[in-house]
Design a protein around this ligand. Sequence first.
Ligand code: NAP
Length: 281
Amino acid sequence: MTATPSAATAVVGVIGDPVAHSLSPRLHNAAFRALGVDWVSVGFPVAAGSLPPALSGMAALGIRGLSVTMPHKSEAARLVTAPTPVAERLGAVNCVWPEARGIGGDNTDGDGFLAALARQASFDPGGRRCVVVGAGGAARAVVAALGDAGAEVVVVNRSPGPAQRAAALGGPAGRVGSAGDATTADLVVNATPLGMGPGDDLPLDPALVPAGALAVDLVYQPSPTAWLTGLRARGVVAVDGLGMLVHQAALQIERWTGLDAPVDAMWAAVRGAPGGGPERR
Ligand code: NAP
């Protein structure tokens, strides 16, 4: 983003409800500043039911791309005309852009998660046992990405139906399991919202996680959660979900601009940034 947006400035944004506290514009604008391009990102509050006109408006207004967050990810997957294979498979889209004959849609959550694992912990999931707690949108993206990367993926969730559907995304080595599977895990992921609220239950007993394992809490506000604190007290390497947030946004920047995302600058924009509010993605 240059100093003052002008008539020539390319516009992107985030759509959702609410979006006022979204970190996405902060991440996108940090990238544009570092790249030295005349682009800007803003929040567009779009209520449930208003996604079709919002997507038509994107194309009509020449908006170059939108990050898509709650509550629109599933509906966006039905509305885009050119989904990527992963968006189609997950039935969820977190990133759209205008194309010559319609609207493209991608889901960068899974690849963002893998990129964060590599950057934060040099963790390669190939051949490793991974336990994912939760079976919602975030869990499904993580399970599919881990399965594609050659991991054995075990889904632990309170509701069996969503657990089975999520585990199916993990490929031949994907299965439904129980909390006890964590005792032999190389990686344990909290993909539930537990930890966002004060007094929330822990997603999984930290005592079940081996000291040599890696743990990722997709929750990043607050950070550290009580779960991360409990894990770290046991000597587990445990990181929050800010890395996934940064890397899924970086992949969106690359999609929209065709340029390599300046990940360091994006990290610097949100790590410990005052006013970095919660984002329900
Ligand atoms: P979601 O689609 O609503 O799914 C939530 C999952 O958590 C479901 O499987 C649900 O189980 C389970 N769950 C919810 N409350 C629970 C409770 N009290 N006890 C046990 N299980 C519970 O949510 P989501 O979009 O996947 O998001 C999950 C979390 O990931 C949120 O905190 C979100 O902010 C975070 N997230 C972070 C990033 C990032 O970039 N770091 C990206 C996406 C999401 P049932 O199936 O039984 O309902």
